[in-house]
Write a protein that binds this ligand. Structure first.
Ligand code: PLP
Length: 223
């Protein structure tokens, strides 16, 4: 199936209120232009350099989502244009996003990345550590970040029950933190090509879909 028809099918089949982030990492700008031509405006990337290059080359009404682990020394590279950062996994990174956004007079939307998967390799907060941080922090001092919600990646497994449990746990946490952050806290980013339908059943309202739209990734051709 072409990129255009996959975007159209997805857009028509996702429930109202669920945003589709087209994850374009490793794919060339021509692929993004195809998706753009049928109305897709939300794109996600996981490497700051690649994100910046694509932002420079592509139409400025695209909203760019950073979904990959962000080293502190790379925040400045994307602060002037990034719309959402899904991968906020430490206090240091939030402080830095806030100060870099202030420097360029912007407010950047952020999601806390929570570790819900079993795998050791996954990034993100442990739930208990995040809860402690959320409860002790004075959030009014962060003027240049808007704390919009949570992001999670489920375990890489065939076990649908396990994936469902992980997504449900994240949804529960999301509803719990809403009391702290209020109505601005409205985004639950979970679900990718293999599990986005299950994620939506479990409360997701932002899905990050890559290979279903753009095909398999070849990491050898990009730096
Ligand atoms: C690459 C990536 C995706 C997209 O994965 P697909 O399986 O290709 O849909 C979603 N979320 C994150 C965090 C990713 O790194």
């Amino acid at each position: 199936m072409s990129i255009e028809s996959t975007i159209n099918d997805l857009t028509n089949s996702l429930p109202d209120g669920v945003d589709l982030i087209a994850i374009s990492k490793t794919h060339p700008k021509e692929a993004i232009e195809e998706a753009y031509s049928v109305g897709q405006r939300l794109f996600g990337e996981n490497r700051p350099q690649e994100l910046k290059r694509k932002w420079e080359e592509l139409p400025k009404d695209i909203k760019w989502h950073m979904i990959g682990h962000l080293q502190t020394n790379k925040v400045r590279m994307i602060a002037s244009f990034v719309d959402f950062i899904h991968s906020v996994d430490s206090q240091r990174v939030i402080e830095l996003i806030n100060s870099e956004a202030a420097r360029v007079d912007r407010v950047i939307n952020i999601l806390f990345e929570v570790k819900i998967a079993q795998e050791e390799s996954k990034h993100g907060w442990d739930i208990d550590e995040l809860t402690q941080f959320v409860e002790k922090e004075d959030w009014s001092r962060f003027k240049n970040v808007s704390i919009r919600g949570l992001m999670g990646v489920a375990s890489y497994t065939e076990d649908q029950m396990q994936i469902k449990n992980e997504f449900s746990e994240l949804n529960k946490l999301f509803l719990h933190y809403k009391d702290t952050f209020g109505s601005n806290f409205d985004t639950l980013s979970m679900g990718m090509t293999s599990d986005y339908e299950l994620a939506i059943e479990c409360g997701s309202n932002m899905v990050r879909v890559g290979s279903l739209i753009f095909g398999n990734r070849d990491y050898n051709i990009t730096k």
